[in-house]
Ligand binder design. Structure first.
Ligand code: ATP
Ligand code: MG
Length: 442
C-alpha cells in the first residue's frame, strides 16, 4: 500500500499555489491599507480555548480534532477557527491595555474540522480572518465588513451578496430564546438529534439547521426582529445606514443566526451566487461578540470579526472565470553549451538574479536541443548562450525570443544589455532584491 493524503486534506502545489500567492499578496496589501496587524497563534490550543461552557455549535460539539498525549492530562485541540486563539492571545498579552484600541488583527492559516468532505468543505482548510477587539460602535461593524467587501471586489468577484442580521443584545436574545423554546416545544421531538441538543443549549441555532430547514415549524418561527429592545434596534439601524453610506449592498436575512454561540448584535455573511458552489456558498462569515474577552480573563470588552474560506474563495473565482495567476515565464535562460564553462554559466545566472532577473540555467550538461526546449517550456524572454569559444573571447550572445534578434556583447555588458532589452517599465515589475547600486531598481 502506498501513502495517501488523509481524507479531506490536499496538497496545494503547481499552478494552484500561484493563486494562493496572488490572494495572499492581496491580503497583505489590503490589511496594510486598512491598518491591521498580522497575528500568528498556535495551531493547537488547550481544548477549553475552543470548548467554552455549554457551546451548542456543531464545530465545537462534533468537528474538533481533540487529543491527549500519553502520560499527559492536558487536552489539546487543533484549531477549528481563528477567533478564540486571537482573543486568548489578546488577553494573555494584555493587549486590552494598549493606548490605541481597538486592536485590529488579522490572521491567515489552516483550520481543522472533522466534517464530511465535499466540494468547498475540507478537513483542513484555510482562513483569512480579522478581529477588531476593544471597541464597540456600529460604524466599526461597517468598517470591518467594508474590508471584506472591498477585498472580494478587488479579487474580481461579481456574484456576491451580503446577508446581515442582528441577534440583539443579551436582553433581546434571552427574550427571543424564551419565545423560540415555546414555539418549538411540541415539535422538537420530531426534529433531528442536533436540533434536540440545540433546543437545550441555544434554541436560536435551530434556525440554522440544514436538515430541518424546510420544516413547517422553522418556516413559521417567530422573528428575532420582533423581540429586539430599542437599543438593539437602533444599533442595527446605524449599521445599515453605515453600509448604505459606503455603497455596500446588503440583504437583511432574519434567519441568519451563524454557527457560533458567542455572537451579539451584528452577524453577517458574504455569499457567492455563482453556479457550482452548492450548499457551500458562504465565502465569508462573522459577527460581533461580547463576553469572549472576559471569558479569557480580560475586562468586559466587545469584538467583531470575520473569517473567509480561502478554498471557497478560489472556487468562486473559478466559477466566475477569474484568472488569479497569469503564467509568468523566465526573463532569461542561460544555456551552458559545454561542461567546461559551467562555472561561468552559473556566475552569469547568479549575476542576473542579483539584478532582479528571473533566471535559470542547466546543471546536467544536456544537449543544446534539450536546453532550448526548456527555454520554450519556461517561456524565457531571452536565451543566453555560453560556449567555450565565447568565454575565451569574452563575448556572450543573447537571443530575444519574441523577435529572434541576437546580440553579441562583452561579458561585462550583460546587465546593461538586459536593462536595455527590458525597458525600464518592464524592469520595474521585478521584485528586485539586489544590493547593487547599478541596478535599475534603485
Ligand atoms: P458552514 O455553514 O459552511 O459549515 P461555518 O458556519 O461552519 O460554515 P465559519 O465557522 O463561519 O463557517 O467559517 C468561516 C468560513 O470558513 C466559511 O464561510 C467558509 O468559507 C470557510 N469554511 C468553514 N468550514 C470550512 C470547511 N470545512 N472547508 C472549507 N471552508 C470552510
Ligand atoms: Mg461548519
Amino acid at each position: 500500500m502506498g501513502f495517501q493524503m488523509p481524507r479531506g486534506t490536499q496538497d496545494i502545489k503547481g499552478e494552484e499555489i500561484k493563486k494562493w500567492h496572488r490572494l495572499e499578496e492581496m491580503i497583505r496589501q489590503f490589511t496594510y491599507i486598512y491598518d491591521y496587524q498580522e497575528i500568528r497563534t498556535p495551531i493547537f490550543e488547550h481544548t477549553n480555548v475552543f470548548k467554552r461552557g455549554n457551546d451548542s455549535s456543531d464545530m465545537v460539539n462534533k468537528e474538533m480534532y481533540t487529543f491527549q498525549l500519553e502520560n499527559s492530562s492536558t487536552s489539546l485541540t487543533l484549531r477549528p477557527e481563528g477567533t478564540a486563539g486571537v482573543v486568548r492571545s489578546f488577553v494573555e498579552h494584555k493587549m486590552y491595555g494598549n493606548a490605541d484600541l481597538p486592536a485590529k488583527l488579522y490572521y491567515m492559516g489552516p483550520m481543522c474540522r472533522h466534517e464530511r468532505p465535499q466540494k468547498g468543505r475540507q478537513r483542513i482548510f484555510h482562513q483569512f480572518g480579522v478581529e477588531v477587539i476593544g471597541a464597540k460602535s456600529p460604524l466599526l461593524d461597517v468598517d470591518t465588513i467594508a474590508l471584506g467587501w472591498s477585498f472580494l471586489q478587488a479579487v474580481g468577484l461579481k456574484d456576491l451578496k451580503v446577508l446581515i442580521n442582528t441577534l440583539g443584545d443579551e436582553e433581546s436574545r434571552l427574550a427571543y430564546q424564551t419565545v423560540l423554546k415555546e414555539h418549538f416545544k411540541d415539535e422538537i421531538a420530531h426534529m433531528c438529534p442536533d436540533c434536540k441538543r440545540r433546543y437545550e443549549q441555544n434554541p436560536l441555532r435551530i434556525l440554522d439547521c440544514k436538515i430541518d430547514a424546510e420544516k413547517e415549524s422553522i418556516l413559521t418561527a417567530p422573528k428575532m426582529s420582533q423581540y429586539l429592545n430599542e437599543e438593539s434596534k437602533q444599533y442595527f439601524q446605524s449599521v445599515l445606514e453605515g453600509l448604505d453610506a459606503l455603497g455596500i449592498p446588503y440583504e437583511v436575512d432574519d434567519k441568519l443566526v451563524r454557527g457560533l454561540d458567542y455572537y451579539t448584535h451584528t452577524v453577517f455573511e458574504i455569499v457567492s451566487e455563482s453556479k457550482g458552489m452548492g450548499t457551500q456558498a458562504t465565502v465569508l462569515a462573522g459577527g460581533r461578540y461580547d463576553g469572549m474577552v472576559s471569558y479569557f480573563g480580560g475586562p468586559s470588552m466587545s469584538g467583531i470579526g470575520w473569517a473567509l474560506g480561502m478554498e471557497r474563495l478560489i472556487l468562486a473565482c473559478e466559477n466566475e472565470g477569474i484568472v488569479l495567476a497569469e503564467e509568468e515565464g523566465l526573463d532569461a535562460y542561460v544555456l551552458c553549451l559545454s561542461p567546461k564553462v559551467s562555472i561561468q554559466a552559473l556566475q552569469i545566472t547568479n549575476e542576473l538574479r542579483l539584478h532582479g532577473y528571473k533566471t535559470d540555467t542547466d546543471f546536467q550538461n544536456r544537449s543544446f536541443k534539450a536546453q532550448f526546449k526548456t527555454v520554450e517550456r519556461k517561456k524565457a524572454k531571452v536565451a543566453i548562450f555560453i560556449g567555450e569559444k565565447d568565454i575565451e573571447q569574452g563575448i556572450i550572445t543573447l537571443k530575444v525570443i519574441a523577435t529572434q534578434e541576437q546580440h553579441s556583447v562583452p561579458i561585462e555588458n550583460i546587465i546593461e544589455t538586459m536593462d536595455t532589452l527590458f525597458d525600464e517599465d518592464a524592469h520595474e515589475e521585478h521584485t528586485c532584491s539586489c544590493t547593487s547600486t547599478q541596478c535599475n531598481c534603485k
